[in-house]
Design a protein around this ligand. Structure first.
Ligand SMILES: [Zn+2]
Ligand SMILES: [Zn+2]
Length: 167
């Protein structure tokens, strides 16, 4: 158990212990914060705050492009998933036709294996959405998505036939 060494952080000067093991380099900093801070100060990286989890993170400075809004791919997906779900919730409350369409859809999906298909379409949509940063474009993509869906399916049959399966 005598693998531990005491190191000094190059940024804040604090001592920290590090367990030696394998061939990796010894860390220069006591924490991720100090490591990020150092990179930011040295100009190689800048710091940004994740829109989803609020974590500060460092990112590589490039000549073009905005600061990234998310610390991770996971947070990026989360953001657009919430946007997507929020959009559906909002329209569900405000738009009666949309609501009825969703209800009919849900009834159908509940007894229909195509629920799996729908999942797939949604994740494809979310993948598309993650490529877009402009809110206007996001909106029009969502509009188009739901318009297409409603146009391509005839709901009349499934609405009247829904109750016999009662779920
Ligand atoms: Zn430190
Ligand atoms: Zn995050």
């Amino acid at each position: 158990m005598e693998n531990k060494v005491i190191l000094q952080c190059e940024r804040c000067g604090k001592s920290f212990s590090y367990e030696k093991g394998g061939v990796g380099r010894m860390p220069k900093f006591c924490s991720e914060e100090c490591r990020n801070e150092h990179r930011v100060r040295s100009g190689k990286e800048k710091q940004s705050i994740c829109k989803v989890c609020g974590k500060a993170f460092a990112y590589q400075v490039k000549t073009r492009g905005r600061a990234p809004g998310f610390c991770s791919e996971e947070c990026r997906k989360r953001y657009f998933l919430d946007l997507h779900n929020g959009y559906i919730r909002k329209r569900y409350h405000e738009d009666e036709e949309f609501r009825n369409r969703r209800k009919a859809q849900n009834a159908r999906y509940a007894r229909d294996r195509r629920a799996i298909e729908k999942e797939k379409t949604t994740s494809e949509l979310i993948n598309q959405l993650t490529e877009i940063s402009d809110p206007g474009q996001v909106r029009s993509l969502l509009e188009r998505h739901f318009k297409l869906k409603s146009g391509s399916h005839s709901l009349s049959g499934s609405i009247s036939g829904g109750s016999e399966y009662g779920e």
